[in-house]
Design a protein around this ligand. Sequence first.
Ligand SMILES: [Zn+2]
Length: 274
Amino acid sequence: MPELPEVETTRRGLALKLEGRRIERIEARRPDLRFPLPPDFAARIRGRRVEALDRRAKYILIRLEGGLVWLVHLGMSGRMVLRQGWPNEIGPHDHVLFGTDEGWAAVYNDPRRFGMMDLIEPADLPTHKLLAGLGPEPLDDAFSPAVLAAALKDRKTPMKAALLDQTLVAGLGNIYVCEALFRAGIDPRRPAGRVKPEKLAKLVPAIKAVLREAVKAGGSSLRDYVQSDGELGYFQTRFRVYDREGQACVTCRRPVRRIVQSGRSTFYCGTCQR
Ligand SMILES: [Zn+2]
């Protein structure tokens, strides 16, 4: 599943070929993804110039001229593939295709169709049902140990679940929460309200570091995307605990454990994380 760094890498890749260009051609090959596409979806986008691409949590915001924001979420399995020229072959999971006046085309492919797209007036962004409740961006300065401590106060939910709560901090997913808790030495099962301030002071920089490192790795992957298959946003990252069950902890060499919390795998070291 794409997490924040993959979404950010996708945003950057799309920005390279879309920003400043006009969408000359767009084709929605089905009426819905996770939700129905908005009425006149393709017609409202066609002919508009792309002013900028932004990101909020795991949403990509394609800002179009004339005051329209094209909101894209990749869901569980969505991906953008860039091509030079309109594709000759269209696969069964290629749901939305669009091309610019410069000849580049982007294909939105999503086998499981948990992704979504919407068109929003900029003024309605703060109150949009999917964006309104989101907490601070983890990479923003507004996300600080003090802000996190206030949000966690008296919370009895396990720390892992608290960090996945999008109203507390936006865009964090399973992989990077496991990695950040490991770096901060926090047991993912510990009640969130009982994590000490000094641990939270380590956790916030750890969250920012794991995300920044992954965004950087994604940026390196972008440099070769044209030579490879044009697929944006998926790249190799080395994890310290994630998906390493039974392998030696990089710090203490004891085996990394896996447990299931709210239906998702948690990887952690029972010795290093307290
Ligand atoms: Zn360890």
